[in-house]
Design a protein around this ligand. Sequence first.
Ligand SMILES: [Zn+2]
Length: 128
Amino acid sequence: MSRIRGSNTSIEKLVRKELFRKGFRFRINTKNLPGKPDIVLKKYNAVIFINGCFWHGHIKCKAGRIPKSRVNYWREKIDKNIERDEKNLRKLRRMGWRVMTVWECQINNNLGNITNRIEKFTLKHHVN
Ligand SMILES: [Zn+2]
């Protein structure tokens, strides 16, 4: 099981460290933005969410699967989180932000690959 939004766990730190190394400067857990994005790249109009697979319902991966016991309890809880996440993404987009979500499992699988993708996403459409 992973984490709840707002805590500052190691996967987030890993990504931040890599982005910093690439020269990006950003703010973290900006409280005045919907959903408190994990990384805010204001200059690029981009925000990044780093989602724990279990709590945010990454159904495509093992870690996101609902436990076999108390299925309804977990289903309801995770569904609520998914719904809240989607609502926050819509709000952010309406505010003009570009939003990217990355998953815990992707970071664990290949940190280099995911930071490259974040870099590409951040720089895309950006006009100096
Ligand atoms: Zn996952």
